[in-house]
Write a protein that binds this ligand. Structure first.
Ligand SMILES: [Zn+2]
Length: 292
C-alpha cells in the first residue's frame, strides 16, 4: 500500500465565483467535502498543498479546522493567481513591496496563523504573460531567493511554460525548486520533455479532466516519461476547484486518482515503488521536508 503521500495541487478553500460568475467555483471543504478529505487517509494521503493564495479565497481559519478534523496536514501558499483574479494590490504595490508581502507570509505567517510553505500558484494567461502577472513572477523570484521557498506556477491550458522557465531562470531561481502545473491540459508531449530538460518539475495535476485531454493520453505520457528517466520530476494531483467535482455532489471526487487512475498506471507496469516515489518522495523533496 502507498504511504506518506502528498497531493501537491489542490484547493481546500477557493472562491473564483466573482470573475467566473458561477457559484460552483466557491468551495470550502470543511463545509462541502469534509468526509471526502478524511477518506483520503485510507489511500495513504497524509498531506495536501492548498494552492489558493491572495485573492483566490484562501481561508486559513476554515482550512485549519479542516486539518484538525481530518488529521491530514495542510500546507499553505502565498502569492497571486493570474488576471483577471489579481486583487488591486498587485497594481498598487511595487515589485519589492509584493516580494516583502510574500516573504512575510513565508517567514512570519499568514494572518498570524501559519507560515506559507510555497509561492504559488502564480499564473500566466492563455498564450500571454500580462504586465501584472510578470510583476507577480518578479516578486516571487525575490521572495524565493530570500527564503528558499519553492515556486509552483499555473499555466493556462498548459501554455507559456517555456516563457515562465526563461523568466525564472533569468532571475536566479533554482529550477529544481520550480513546479510547472497543468502541463497535462495541452496535447503537446514534446513541450513537456523540453520543460523537464530545463530542470523544472511538472505537474500532471488535472487528472480526470478528460474534456481537456483524455486520461488515456495522460497515462501513456506518464509511462513514456518514466521510461525516459524523468520520474523524479513528475507530480500527480487533481486540482479540484468546483463543488460539482466532489463525489458527494456526483462529481469525480478525489478518490478517482486512487480508485481509477493509479490502477490504470499499474496495468501499464508502473510499480508501487515508482508510485511511491512520485506521490511521496518527489513532494517531500520539493517541499523540503517529510510530512509530520
Ligand atoms: Zn491552476
Amino acid at each position: 500500500m502507498l504511504t506518506n503521500l502528498t497531493l501537491i495541487h489542490e484547493h481546500m478553500a477557493i472562491d473564483l465565483s466573482g470573475p467566473k460568475k458561477d457559484l460552483d467555483c466557491r468551495m470550502d471543504l470543511l463545509t462541502d467535502g469534509l468526509q471526502e478529505i478524511a477518506n483520503l487517509k485510507n489511500h495513504g494521503v497524509v498531506r495536501i498543498l492548498d494552492c489558493s493564495n491572495r485573492g483566490m479565497g484562501r481561508d486559513l481559519k476554515q482550512v485549519l479546522e479542516l486539518e484538525k478534523q481530518t488529521n491530514i496536514q495542510i500546507l499553505f501558499s502565498t502569492g497571486y493567481y493570474k488576471d483577471p483574479f489579481l486583487p488591486s494590490e498587485v497594481d498598487e504595490l511595487t515589485v519589492d513591496q509584493l516580494a516583502d508581502l510574500m516573504t512575510k507570509e513565508i517567514t512570519e505567517g499568514i494572518e498570524g496563523l501559519r507560515c506559507a510553505s510555497v509561492i504559488g500558484e502564480i499564473g500566466t494567461s492563455l498564450n500571454v504573460i500580462t504586465p501584472n502577472e510578470e510583476k507577480v513572477f518578479l516578486a516571487a523570484c525575490i521572495a524565493h531567493k530570500k527564503t528558499g521557498a519553492p515556486i509552483l506556477t499555473h499555466t493556462t491550458l498548459g501554455t507559456m511554460g517555456d516563457q515562465q522557465v526563461d523568466l525564472l531562470r533569468k532571475h536566479g531561481v533554482d529550477l529544481d525548486k520550480v513546479l510547472i502545473s497543468h502541463v497535462d491540459l495541452k496535447n503537446d508531449f514534446d513541450s513537456i520533455v523540453r520543460l523537464l530538460n530545463s530542470g523544472v518539475n511538472v505537474g500532471f495535476d488535472t487528472i480526470g479532466k478528460n474534456n481537456y485531454l483524455p486520461d488515456e493520453t495522460r497515462l501513456d505520457w506518464i509511462v513514456r516519461l518514466i521510461d525516459l528517466g524523468y520520474i523524479d520530476q513528475l507530480f500527480l494531483s487533481m486540482d479540484i476547484t468546483r463543488k460539482s467535482n466532489l463525489a458527494v455532489n456526483g462529481g469525480i471526487g478525489y478518490h478517482y486518482l486512487f480508485d481509477t487512475f493509479i490502477p490504470e498506471l499499474k496495468k501499464r507496469n508502473i510499480t508501487e515503488d515508482q508510485l511511491q516515489r512520485i506521490l511521496s518522495d518527489n513532494p517531500n523533496r520539493f517541499l523540503g521536508g517529510n510530512a509530520v
